[in-house]
Design a protein around this ligand. Structure first.
Ligand SMILES: Nc1ncnc2c1ncn2[C@@H]1O[C@H](COP(=O)(O)OP(=O)(O)OP(=O)(O)O)[C@@H](O)[C@H]1O
Ligand SMILES: [Mn+2]
Length: 485
């Protein structure tokens, strides 16, 4: 009986069951095909990685996370490897295809980018000469620094007095110390002998500390400010205020000249170290910065002359600072088109967009993902975007945040003078050049060696990004001579 029932059952199966079974079968087939491709692709990837021994970052896990806005954000997980290219997640929608193309280009970079340039030693030699304190120290040099400031630079191309100025910044007597106004981070405003004002950003981290987490994590790195100043000079982007390392004795140099309100924030740490917590958005008594006994290292950043005022703008490539919320530039690959339609950013009307692309290149090299606002000199025609506040840089030499380069790969434009200067450092020589300039710093060694390796790797990534743009739009449409530098 049972057998008969079983044999007859298919004949009696209703139509909707048949349809269900066929659909189920189809789903199984699709799944099998998917698994097959995933397996083949993965084994190919593994094979090519072992073959080349140069592991590259792999886009191996695509997952979806819902953002608080209704838009869906795709995040790509990329493993961090101490290899040639170390893009870290999240890479969001608008950057995914560029990231993949840049990865491919990075691997087949034309030979000219790998060849050592013969012009570098001469150029670095010239800058090293400028760093010699040729006339010793003198507070009379403050007026020289003041005269240097122009629409497009803070330091001129020829600057034989630079070394003396930096030495004066590192040694001039501090006649007043107060809480610095503006910004959210702890910093002090010093008045130096001769009336010159400068910002002091204190040391929070040891040199080899790795700042984990999102690109803007952690506190300011004083050594990053010092390194950024010298890197800008190598790149001919002399838009960073004069910055030098400085060691101060808190008991002897600072407390006697501190304002009452600053003095109130000095606290002992119970281990014989002198500490203070200042007044700022993120300042609190429980989060004081401490010297080694009374000795504290920091970066001293010369204030721009008071006859110049700064005007602040929100960066069009500002981050949301929220993990589950994406900014428009992170979702829309045509974002640059909408930016260019704004008169302020049209490459035809002024230098601003190319300045922001310069800033993106600079920030990618130093790994600064925190340029939420940018500043230019007020009422100065053709004023450059100043590279003020580089404190959140050089946090992790084994990671690169490709999306800092979004202005470059979304707009596919680069100023000719910037591009030519970048080419000067082909063949992985930018890191060593920076190391040479930093060797004479008052807080040397400024960076650990992995940071110099990172700079070379990041410059190659910039070359790859530009090459990818050339391939897509033609070199003549990408490189722009807008008459500014
Ligand atoms: N060298 C300088 N000359 C003139 N003004 C400066 C200089 N450095 C900084 N400032 C001004 O002080 C403000 C705060 O400085 P900075 O951005 O370094 O501090 P911050 O606490 O890191 O700020 P934020 O929290 O906005 O990142 C700047 O926005 C700028 O207007
Ligand atoms: Mn800051």
């Amino acid at each position: 009986m049972g057998l008969t029932r079983n044999r007859k059952a298919p004949d009696k199966m209703p139509r909707h069951k048949w349809m269900f079974l066929s659909l189920f079968g189809l789903v199984i087939v699709v799944l099998i095909i998917n698994f097959y491709f995933a397996f083949v692709m993965n084994s190919n990837k593994l094979q090519s990685q072992t073959e080349s021994s140069k592991a590259v970052y792999a886009f191996n896990k695509i997952h979806f996370s819902s953002s608080s806005s209704s838009k869906q954000v795709i995040l790509l997980d990329t493993p961090v490897k101490k290899s040639d290219i170390n893009i870290v997640p999240p890479i969001k929608n608008a950057s995914i295809s560029s990231a993949l193309e840049i990865e491919i280009m990075f691997k087949k970079l034309p030979l000219k980018y790998l060849k050592k340039s013969t012009l570098v030693p001469g150029e670095v030699g010239k800058l090293l000469k400028y760093l010699q304190p040729s006339v010793g120290t003198s507070t009379q040099l403050w007026s020289v620094a003041k005269e240097w400031v122009g629409a497009r630079h803070v330091v001129p191309t020829q600057a034989p007095l630079l070394g003396s100025l930096l030495k004066t910044i590192s040694t001039a007597k501090i006649i007043k110390a107060q809480n610095a106004p503006g910004g959210t981070q702890l910093k002090l405003l010093f008045t130096l002998e001769g009336g010159q004002r400068a910002l002091f950003k204190p040391q929070w981290y040891k040199r080899d500390e790795l700042i984990e987490g999102p690109v803007f994590s952690g506190k300011d790195r004083h050594n990053a400010e010092v390194a950024a100043f010298q890197l800008a000079s190598l790149l001919g982007l002399r838009r960073v205020p004069l910055t030098a390392g400085r060691k101060v004795n808190l008991l002897r140099d600072i407390m006697p000249v501190a304002t009452k309100s600053l003095l109130k924030t000095f606290v002992p740490d119970g281990k014989n170290n002198t500490c203070f917590y200042g007044t700022c958005h993120y300042c609190s008594r429980s989060d004081a910065v401490c010297g080694n006994k009374a000795l504290m290292e920091g970066a001293l950043i010369l204030m721009l002359p008071q006859n110049f005022k700064l005007k602040q703008y929100r960066s069009p490539w500002q981050r949301t600072y929220k993990e589950n919320r994406a900014a428009k530039w992170e979702l829309d690959s045509n974002y640059c088109e909408s930016i260019k339609s704004n008169k302020m950013y049209s490459p035809q009307t002024g230098p601003r967009l190319l300045d922001l692309i310069d800033a993106a290149i600079f920030d990618f090299l130093i790994d600064n993902g925190d340029r939420h606002h940018y500043e230019v000199l007020l009422n100065v025609s053709g004023a450059a975007v100043m590279f003020i506040d580089n404190g959140k840089s050089f946090g992790h030499p084994f990671q690169d945040h490709l999306d800092i380069l979004a202005p470059l790969y979304q707009c596919c434009l680069i100023r000719q003078t910037t591009w030519e200067r970048l080419l000067l450092f082909s063949g992985d020589v930018l890191g060593a050049s920076l190391e040479k300039l930093l060797a004479s710093s008052y807080i040397s060694p400024v960076l650990t060696s992995p940071h110099f390796v990172a700079i070379n790797r990041r410059l190659r990534t910039i070359y790859a990004t530009a090459e990818n743009c050339f391939e897509k739009h033609g070199k003549t449409h990408v490189i722009v001579d807008d008459g500014y530098r």
